[in-house]
Design a protein around this ligand. Structure first.
Ligand code: ADP
Length: 469
């Protein structure tokens, strides 16, 4: 099967979150038995020399809104996967993938329209049987492909319904969308253009990243205004649980760790913890280490963390946070970091530090308000770190409450209310577990034997592609 997998970010070239991880892991897994080409923009931050990215020598022009946009194609191969990069100055020459703040660049509609038009051009040239599009950045390609008479089967995956690609009506023309599509049944959304509607409406199959999220997004509470539209298209909507790249996230071989370890020999995990405490200059390595890694946004439960953090830190534990996001959360957390000696805060995006933290930690805190799938909890369990999660979306599908004499793959602490009291109770439950070393060790070992690999997910996608062909 010949497949084009389009994503705005693919690890290791450019990553802002889980989309990059899953785009690489899934296209690589699918490529084992199929011919997959992954496609993404050639952002300025991508190190062309390091990844041996070369021009293919192919250039073409895209015309829309009376303007011509030059496209140059680049390519490389990584772990047998062919990756094609789209280069256009307006799309690629920026300091950030999407923008310096959560608002994004003002011309993101035009930037990603260029990407979408280019994807369609590649599909037309490449005789692909399947076009797999991901999130809002590539959603428009589904509509453009239909308008261009392309009959390739299209799969559209929603990784996060909260980011829909909403733009003013005037953007229809500048991005080259035929004005006839500005209807409620198509891309119109309360007077604006909604790219996700273009993806959902024009794809042959729509997936999202966990079975629970597939159900949740059809309700007003989680549907972000699109629940009605999704219910109209529910026949083609399924939830396929994401997985992780177990080669990349493997504590027994991870080159970023000061010491490797496995489920049968965990000594290296204590070494990682000691080294991490030394690095953050906290001399308390007998205390349990709780971590948070992720975007500092409301979705990830930052309101709850800020509400509960002072009381949490009164307990015998160390809490370390790594991430970036909204200014209001930065300043609130910074205030706490200044006065509490058992709290470590690291702003920014740091892949190596993230790996070291997964390995060093005893517990991962993930109180997401909603979570399409979430990869952190799966990575944490692979590293023998026990997750504390809010029972929502993919967290609900991958983490099960620890109860005596019961083992279900993925064990941790699952709370069903986003209140400070309930959250702190789960912290206390984790502290109780920490005090019982043999039980803690047995749950760690069990979680480390669970299969969170991308292979299962890839199999489901293959079944879906085959059903469409
Ligand atoms: P998201 O909603 O942000 O995509 P996911 O849980 O699906 O969240 O995936 C997050 C991925 O990004 C994981 O691989 C996680 O380790 C990584 N990550 C998130 N924030 C950071 C950070 N500040 N530094 C390094 N890695 C990060």
């Amino acid at each position: 099967m010949k497949l084009l997998f389009a994503s705005a970010e693919i690890f290791p070239f450019a990553k802002s979150g889980g989309l990059a991880d899953i785009s690489f892991a899934l296209s690589k897994a699918l490529n084992k038995k199929n011919s997959v080409t992954a496609i993404m923009p050639l952002y300025r931050c991508i190190d062309k020399t390091h990844y041996d990215i070369r021009s293919t020598g192919e250039c073409f022009n895209l015309y829309f809104w009376g303007v011509s946009y030059d496209i140059e194609l680049f390519t490389t191969t990584i772990e047998d996967l062919k990756v094609v990069f789209i280069y256009n100055e307006l799309l690629c020459e920026r300091d950030f993938l999407y923008g310096p703040s959560t608002e994004g660049y003002e011309d993101n509609d035009l930037r990603f329209a260029i990407f979408c038009h280019a994807i369609v051009e590649i599909v037309k040239r490449g005789f692909f049987e399947i076009l797999h599009l991901n999130d809002w950045h590539t959603a428009l390609a589904a509509l453009l492909a239909r308008d261009a008479g392309v009959n390739t089967k299209i799969i559209y995956t929603i990784h996060n319904l909260a980011y829909q690609g909403l733009f003013p009506k005037s953007s229809m023309v500048s991005t080259g969308i035929d004005p006839k599509h500005f209807r409620m049944e198509e891309v119109e959304f309360y007077g604006e253009v909604n790219w996700m509607k273009a993806g959902i409406g024009n794809a042959d199959a729509v997936t999202t990243v966990s079975p629970s999220y597939a159900v949740q997004i059809q309700t007003p509470e989680f549907g972000c205004g699109l629940d009605g539209f999704l219910r109209v298209h529910r026949e083609k909507l399924t939830g396929i649980l994401n997985g992780i790249d177990t080669k990349l996230f493997d504590p027994s071989t991870d080159p970023m760790l000061p010491s490797t370890y496995s489920k049968t020999s965990k000594r290296g995990k204590s070494v990682c913890k000691k080294r991490f405490f030394r690095e953050i200059e906290i001399d308390q390595s007998t205390l349990p280490l709780f971590i948070f890694i992720g975007r500092f946004v409301e979705q990830k439960g930052l309101e709850l963390i800020i509400e509960a953090i002072e009381e949490m830190l009164k307990r015998p534990l160390v809490f370390a946070m790594l991430g970036d996001g909204e200014e209001k959360y930065h300043s609130a957390l910074q205030k706490v970091a200044k006065k509490e000696s058992n709290f470590h805060l690291h702003f920014g995006y740091d892949e190596t530090l993230a790996h070291k933290m997964y390995a060093a930690a005893d517990f991962l805190v993930m109180p997401s308000l909603f979570e399409p799938c979430g990869l952190n909890q799966m990575i944490a369990m692979r590293y023998g770190t026990i997750p504390l999660v809010h029972k929502t979306g993919g967290l609900r599908d991958t983490v099960h409450q620890i109860i005596p004499r019961k083992r279900v793959c993925g064990m941790g602490f699952v709370f069903d209310k986003m209140t400070k009291e309930v959250f702190l109770q789960s912290i206390d439950d984790a502290l109780e577990l920490y005090a019982n070393r043999s039980k803690l060790n047995s749950i760690r070992t069990f979680n480390m034997s669970c299969d969170f690999s991308i292979q299962k997910c890839a199999k489901e996608y293959l079944k879906l592609y085959e059903s469409l062909l």
